[in-house]
Design a protein around this ligand. Sequence first.
Ligand code: NDP
Length: 444
Amino acid sequence: MTDLTKKYLETVKKRNPGEAEFHQAVEEVLESLEPVLEKYPEYVETGVVDRLLEPDRQIMFRVPWIDDNGKCQVNRGFRVQFNNAIGPYKGGCRFHPSVYLGIIKFLGFEQIFKNSLTTLPIGGGKGGSDFDPKGKSDNEVMRFCQSFMTELGKYIDADTDVPAGDIGVGGREIGFMFGQYKRNTDKWEGVLTGKGVGWGGSLGRTEATGYGTVYFTREMLKANGMSFEGKRVVISGSGNVAIYALQKAQSYGAKVVVVSDSNGYIIDEDGVDYKLVKQIKEVERKRISEYVVHRPNAKYVDSTNPWEVKCDIALPCSTQNDIDLPKAEFLVANGLIAVGEGANMPCTNEAVKFFLSKGVLVGPAKAANAGGVAVSALEMSQNSMRLEWSFEEVDTKLDSIMTSIFQACDRASKEFNMPGNYVAGANIAGFLKVAKAMKAQGVV
Ligand code: NDP
C-alpha cells in the first residue's frame, strides 16, 4: 500500500469511525487505483479523490409507524447521496435489521463506480432502513413505506435522486413508496425504479441483476476459453438476484446444485428447480427449507455456509462478506474456476486477493451486478419518453451493456498491466469516467 493510499484511508477511518464496511470498500478501490493516480497525478492535485471519499450529503431520519396492534414503532431511515458528477444519484434502498450508516455508505460508494461502468448517465447513492419486513403484514409494510417516503420524498425527484430496491425492498415496497410520493407531490414521475409493469416499470427489470451477473460471468469465462456448459454451480441467497441468476445459468447448461437463505441451504444434485424456488421465495415468502417438501431427493442443510459444497463456479447472491478467506481456501482446494459476484461485496478483500493469486477468475460486484441499475436507467429513459420497450428489447440492451462492461474491465486491466484482474479493471474504468467529469466541473 502506498503512503498516499494510507493517508486517504486514515482520513476516511477518522472521519467515519466504526463504519467497517465503508472502510473495506474504500480500501479495495484505493489499492487498485494506485497505478492510476501515479499516471494521472492531476486527480490527486485537484482533490478529486478527497472529494470522492466524502458523500455530497448524508440524510438520516426518524420513521414512525403504527403496527397491527396499534402500537407506535420507530425505525431509522437513511439516504446517502454520494456523487452526481455524471448523472442524478441512483441506487437502491435496503430494508434489513443490520442496516446502519456504514452499510449504506459502502453501498453508495460502490454504486458510483458501478453506475459509471454501465455507460449510462447515473450518479451514485444508496438508502434504506433498519426496518425488517420479515414477519410483518402487508398493512404494516405499507404504513412503514408511507412514513419512510413522506420524509425521503423531500430530497428526491426524477432529476435529482432516483431510488430503487435492494435486500428487503421488492415490487411490493416500491409500489407503496411510489403511491405515497405521488400522493404527497401530485406528480407522476419516474422517481423510483423497479415499479410494476403497467404503471411505469420496465419489462426485464426484475430479472436484470441475476441475468446480468450471468452475462458478465459468461463473457469472463469466454475470454478465458471456458463456458457455463456442464459446470457445477453454487448460489448463495434465494432472493431476487439469486433466482434469476439460477434461471439464466441453467439456460446456459450449468448444473446449479445449491441455493440458500439466511437460515440454511438446499442441495439438489438433480439441479435446483428454478420455478419451485421462485414460488417459495417470491410468491409465498417462505423459508428455503420448504423446498425439500416438494423435492424429496433434495436435502436441506441447517447451516449458513453454502460454501462447504464444492463447485466450479460460485455465484454469491445474498449479502456482503459471505465468502471469507477460509471459505475461499476450501473452494479453491476443490476446483473452483470462477466467481461472479451477484451481491454487493460478497467476498472479503482477503478472499478476493486469494482467488486472484490462485488464478480464479473474479467478476467483481460493481461490474457483474450492474445489470440491475442499468435496466433501472433504461426504466428512467422509458418514463421520460412515455414509452414502453418489449422484454426482448430490454434484455438485448442488457446483454450488450454487460458485454461492454466486461470489455471495459478487461481493457483497463491490460492497460495497467494486470491482465485478467477484472477487480482492478472495474475500479479503474469506473473511476476514470467519474474523475474526468469531476475535474471538468471544478471544485464543487
Ligand atoms: P432479496 O432481499 O431479494 O434477497 C436476499 C437473499 O439473501 C435472501 O435469500 C436472504 O435470505 C439472503 N440474505 C440476506 N441477508 C442475509 C444474511 N445476512 N445472511 C445470509 N443470507 C442473507 O435481495 P436481492 O436479491 O435484491 O439482493 C441480494 C444482493 O444483491 C445484495 O447484496 C444486494 O445489494 C445486491 N444487489 C441487488 C440488486 C437488485 O437489483 N435487487 C442490484 C445489485 C446488487 P432470507 O430470505 O432469509 O432473508
